[in-house]
Design a protein around this ligand. Structure first.
Ligand SMILES: Cc1ncc(COP(=O)(O)O)c(C=O)c1O
Length: 392
């Protein structure tokens, strides 16, 4: 193990943890560095330190205590979980929802619960790691058939569904927003393909909940198809308060079956009640303040335009994820460290998170950023690119 770690360091791809001494916000206090501007958090709406969200966490702690004590069906579940799940279902436009301690858990528990031997599960090549693992697990557990279609390639998706038309059931898995690209799934087309091939659509909307659509209801709202996606999974650890937690949203029978059978529900504690309370307050805040989503959209547009005017060619897109491709992993990590020396925190992502040779600085914009913050970030990225001789 020590040898492998030394090699990561020698290759310049070792990840260092940066410790924060203040709440997650546009500006944070970082141990050993002082005030730092963050452009790499999922705090899209600035709700991590929103007073009503923090207060709800305090109130939840007082009302329900610190822990859940065990698994939900074994020792009882809390009223705040039910309230949160009703709010989440209302928000994303499904009849029901079920919470998990993370979206990773929600995804992992889902496929093996809904798929059976004889079913066919097909997944976009750039889907999140939690979906990839979920499908692998489902294949191992249920002996269902699985395949991966080329990213966003709907002809490939159609071909794979046609080749498996004899399957008992077909399930299409897609991200709503692809987190490393900042691109949006072609959801209306995917829904049409699902209708044509009698398939179920399951969409992970972790980077779209609270982000896309006029009121932040996600990819379905962005595409004008709220209520048409069979199953939506998402996280509470990004726009919705940023603490932790995830959920599956769909019909009541699905949520009931997940309660009966999905392994994280049966063998792992529920979301701590204080976290459920602050997530519920985040949903309520967002329902009362859709203008936060508009602010996020304006900020993302402003930054994208400014970074293009500075000569960079970020991957195109309509989301607050603005990736600047650097190439080598070590270069992306080095640039990220140089930016931190300038007081700007933008993470460099390399292999194995993204394919070899496509390492990137992934800038993430928040409604909490001011125009000055965004201008400062563009100036710093430009200066660092010049120092390392990066041709933009
Ligand atoms: C698309 C997607 N799905 C799932 C997750 C996992 O979310 P959580 O942190 O709630 O486990 C992430 C987080 O990175 C994600 O980007």
């Amino acid at each position: 193990m020590e040898g492998a770690i030394a090699q990561l360091k020698a290759d310049g791809v070792y990840k260092r943890l940066n410790y924060l001494e203040s709440p997650q916000a546009a500006h944070v206090r970082m141990e050993g560095r002082g005030e730092v501007l963050i452009l790499s958090s999922n705090n899209y709406l600035g709700l991590c330190d929103e007073p009503s969200v923090v207060q709800a966490g305090h109130d939840g702690l007082k009302a329900y205590g610190a822990g859940t004590g065990s698994v939900r069906f074994i020792c009882g579940t809390f009223a705040v979980h039910r309230e949160l799940e009703a709010a989440l279902a209302r928000f994303v436009g499904t009849p029901a929802a079920l919470s998990y301690v993370s979206c990773w858990n929600a995804n992992e528990g889902l496929t093996a619960t809904i798929a059976e031997e004889g079913d066919f599960v097909v997944s976009d090549a750039l889907n999140h790691a939690s979906i990839i693992d979920s499908v692998r697990l489902a294949k191992a557990i249920t002996k269902c058939t699985t395949a991966v279609y080329k990213h966003g390639d709907l002809d490939d998706l159609r071909e794979k569904l046609t080749a498996n038309k004899g399957a008992r059931r077909r399930i299409i898995w897609t991200d709503g927003v692809f987190s490393m690209e900042g691109s949006i799934a072609k959801l209306p087309d995917i829904l049409q393909i699902a209708r044509d091939h009698d398939a179920i659509v399951v969409m992970d909307d972790s980077h779209a909940t609270g982000v896309l659509g006029a009121t932040g209801r996600g990819t379905a709202e962005h595409c004008g198809v709220v209520g048409e996606v069979d199953v939506i999974t998402s996280t509470l650890g990004k726009a919705l308060g940023g603490a932790a937690g995830g959920f599956v949203a769909g019909n009541a029978a699905l949520c009931d079956m997940l309660t009966q059978r999905s392994r994280p529900q049966l063998f792992s504690n529920a979301l701590p009640p204080t976290v459920a309370a602050s997530a519920l307050a985040s949903v309520q805040f967002l329902e009362a303040h859709p203008e936060r989503v508009q602010q996020l959209r304006e900020n993302a547009k402003y930054f994208r335009q400014a970074i293009i005017e500075a000569g960079f060619k970020p991957l195109p897109g309509d989301t607050p994820i603005v990736p600047i491709i650097i190439g080598e992993t070590a270069h992306a990590i080095r640039m990220s460290e140089m930016l931190l020396d300038e007081g700007i925190f933008v993470t460099g992502f390399g292999f194995p998170v993204v394919p070899q040779g496509t390492a990137r600085l992934r800038c993430q914009i928040s409604a909490a950023h001011s125009k000055d913050d965004l201008d400062r970030a563009v100036r710093a990225i430009t200066a660092v690119a010049r120092k390392v001789g990066l041709s933009k």
